[in-house]
Design a protein around this ligand. Structure first.
Ligand SMILES: [Zn+2]
Length: 246
């Protein structure tokens, strides 16, 4: 999954700018598919933190409109089959004033509504999650009418039990301890690295090869069966994103 992030070379001041910046991510995914043996799926959406700068420059209500326009551009690419999900969307991962918080929730719900219309999932970027945060996000999903199953919580701790994730789908950061804890609870999760490909932070957050490396090591040590690995790495993403990996 190649998830869109803002690009310094495409400053955002309108909904159309979002669409231009998504094209970079879509183009990267297309190149990956054409030039390598890897299968790349794209995920595009207005990165939540951008709301702050937009609100500062244009005022909050226009900022909200621009972000919502960014959701519409993302939905269009999903409908055209160029992306498989709307994300990362959500809310800033650090404390923000109440008006920014409320606006972020409103924008997030709009993205969930558009995802539901396009029958695709959303990938959420939010503050660090615990069961209470998951329950709050689930209540926003319910208000938007999207199935909780179609809400992927990116950068999730191993909140694999239903009473921990409240029906949202955890994408667990693939650290050794998190993967072990996730496996001890079940198979209903996917793994991620949050790899940034940022030259100033090489290998951050985790290197891009971490998931296959970790998986192979756990299979070799007998902690993970191949059958479970297929459920986590193939069945789960195929079901969530409506894709075919094979
Ligand atoms: Zn993120």
């Amino acid at each position: 999954m190649l998830c869109h992030l803002p690009y310094a070379e495409v400053p955002i001041s309108s909904a159309e700018d979002f669409s231009r910046s998504y094209e970079i991510t879509i183009g990267m995914a297309e190149r990956g598919n054409a030039e390598t043996e890897v299968k790349v799926f794209a995920c595009v959406g207005p990165y939540p933190v951008l709301l702050l700068g937009l609100a500062e420059r244009y005022g909050l209500s226009r900022a909200v409109e621009i972000m919502k326009g960014g959701m519409e551009g993302a939905q269009k690419l999903v409908r055209e089959g160029k992306a498989v999900a709307i994300g990362e969307i959500g809310r800033p991962h650090f404390p923000v004033p109440p008006d920014i918080w409320d606006a972020s929730n409103e924008i997030m719900r709009y993205g969930m509504e558009l995802a539901k219309e396009a029958s695709c999932p959303v990938v959420l970027h939010t503050e660090s999650s615990d069961p209470a945060v998951m329950l709050d996000l689930a209540s926003h999903a319910d208000r938007a009418g999207i199935s909780r199953d179609k809400v992927v919580k990116h950068y999730s701790p191993p909140l694999v039990l239903n009473e921990e994730n409240h029906g949202l789908f955890p994408s667990v950061l693939a650290s050794r301890t998190s993967v072990r804890e996730a496996l001890s609870k079940g198979d209903r999760f996917v793994l991620e690295t949050d790899f940034l490909d940022e030259p100033s932070r090489p290998g951050a957050v985790m290197n891009i090869n971490t998931v296959p490396k970790r998986t192979k090591a756990l299979i070799a040590s007998g902690e993970l069966t191949e059958e479970r690995a297929f459920r986590i790495h193939m069945d789960n993403p195929e079901r969530i994103y409506g894709i075919s990996i094979d």
